[in-house]
Design a protein around this ligand. Structure first.
Ligand code: GCO
Ligand code: MG
Length: 402
């Protein structure tokens, strides 16, 4: 089998998605996601201008060799744009392999290790009471694990909490919006939210929280300690993680489990975190971390150190990545949990798929390959729209982490 064509499309059924379609001389094609929120066109150009021409004539079964060709062969390594582009190719090739062998991708990754993929939902509210209601609503929908974020008194807006009752969507049309931040107000507020939540939900429900990289290590250590009585499943991205040693300090002070990695793009970003057992869950996503070929290596390395997977799954990762993450989550032994932010009905219509949710678990379905398609005619009705993630500043105007 030979690759005959590789083409990129961008569609915006509510938000932007970059999709790579790889076609073969046997009529089988595969899909890969290359969406990088707020920087979509960079990945699209990288794929169209620099990667697609190199793929023509290659054997799509050579997932490892093609991965190395694009990673080592470029000379310039890592980085979110390159690694998302490599992921788009890699996932499309696994899709082709599955279709050619007439088997779902999970069978090529080791086969089923479990019956379903435990997922966590996003719940939020403008204040604690509204957040409590939204957590209860998600439990009623069948979720066994819920991430909770709430508005903070004295701050007009904050990460994870939508305005005007809309579903939460991080990117906003036009140039970046700015919001104001106070760590002091946040640290006073979050333990109150989880005290009430644990009381309302009882012991069984898994509760999670995302700090979104906004604390220093000692602040994160204090928050982790304050949250210990409420037995969180995890505390996510407590600090930025370019300096992996940040987590040593947090770890010395708290037994609250820690998750990190949604902005990482290679195993080297998490090397010390994993080897030193400073984290419990590695959150890299299939799309931003080089695809299934690289993520399988990340999971196997993490398994040696008791670290489990908890892949990023926000709405800015397309249904193609969601499908890939579910095949991966069904197969890898050290799976922990998968994030699930449902896409809009418009997005689901553009990407018809076989994955499903039932009783707190998702399943990728048993269709050959990934089990997700692209309705190209419908996709063409939603042209690209410029959108950015917001910017966060401290109350005195200093640029901060959003
Ligand atoms: C999460 C993430 C997202 C990111 C988003 C950025 O845990 O789901 O933090 O909400 O902010 O993916 O594009
Ligand atoms: Mg996050």
């Amino acid at each position: 089998m030979k690759i005959t064509k590789a083409s990129v499309s961008i569609t915006s059924p509510g938000r932007n998605f970059v999709t790579l379609k790889i076609e073969t001389d046997e009529g089988i094609y595969g899909l890969g996601d290359g969406t990088l929120n707020g920087r979509e066109l960079a990945v699209a150009a990288y794929l169209t201008e620099h990667v697609a021409p190199c793929l023509i004539g290659r054997d799509p079964f050579q997932t490892e060799d093609i991965w190395q060709y694009l990673y080592r062969g470029a000379y310039w390594r890592r980085g979110p744009v390159s690694m998302s582009a490599i992921a788009a190719v890699d996932v499309a090739l696994w899709d082709i392999k599955g279709k050619a062998l007439n088997t779902p991708v999970y069978n090529l990754l080791g086969g089923r290790s479990r019956d379903g993929v435990l997922v966590y939902a996003h719940a939020n509210g403008a204040d604690i009471d509204k957040a409590l209601d939204d957590v209860a609503r998600h439990i009623d929908l069948g979720y066994l694990a819920v991430r909770a974020q709430s508005g903070i008194p004295g701050l007009a807006s904050t990460y994870g909490v939508p305005k005007g009752g809309q579903p939460y969507e991080p990117a906003e049309k036009g140039l970046p919006k700015e919001s104001l931040w106070s760590t002091e107000k946040y640290l006073r507020h979050v333990p109150k939210l989880f005290a009430k939540l644990r009381d309302q939900c009882g012991e069984e429900v898994h509760l999670l929280h995302d700090c979104h990289h906004r604390l220093t290590p000692i602040e994160a250590a204090r928050l982790g300690k304050d949250l210990e009585p409420y037995r969180l499943f995890w505390l996510e991205d407590p600090t930025p993680a370019e300096l992996q040693e940040n987590f040593r300090l947090i770890r010395q002070h708290t037994t609250t489990p820690l998750a990190v990695g949604e902005v990482f793009n290679s195993i080297w970003d998490a090397q010390d975190l994993i080897r030193s057992q400073w984290i419990d869950y590695i959150r890299m996503s299939i799309v931003h971390a080089g695809g299934l070929t690289h993520m399988k290596k990340v999971a196997d390395f993490a398994a040696l150190y008791n670290v489990r997977t908890g892949c990023h799954g926000a709405t800015d990762l397309s249904p193609v990545t969601m499908a890939a993450a579910l095949h991966f989550g069904l197969a890898v032994h050290n799976f922990g949990i998968q994030e699930h932010m449902p896409h809009t009905t418009e997005t689901d219509a553009v990407f018809p798929h076989h994955y499903s949710f039932k009783g707190g678990y998702m399943h990728p379905g048993d269709a050959p390959g990934l089990g997700v398609d692209l309705d190209e005619a419908l996709a063409a009705k939603y042209p690209y729209q410029r959108a950015y993630l917001p910017i966060n500043r401290k109350l005195d105007g200093t640029l901060f982490d959003w």
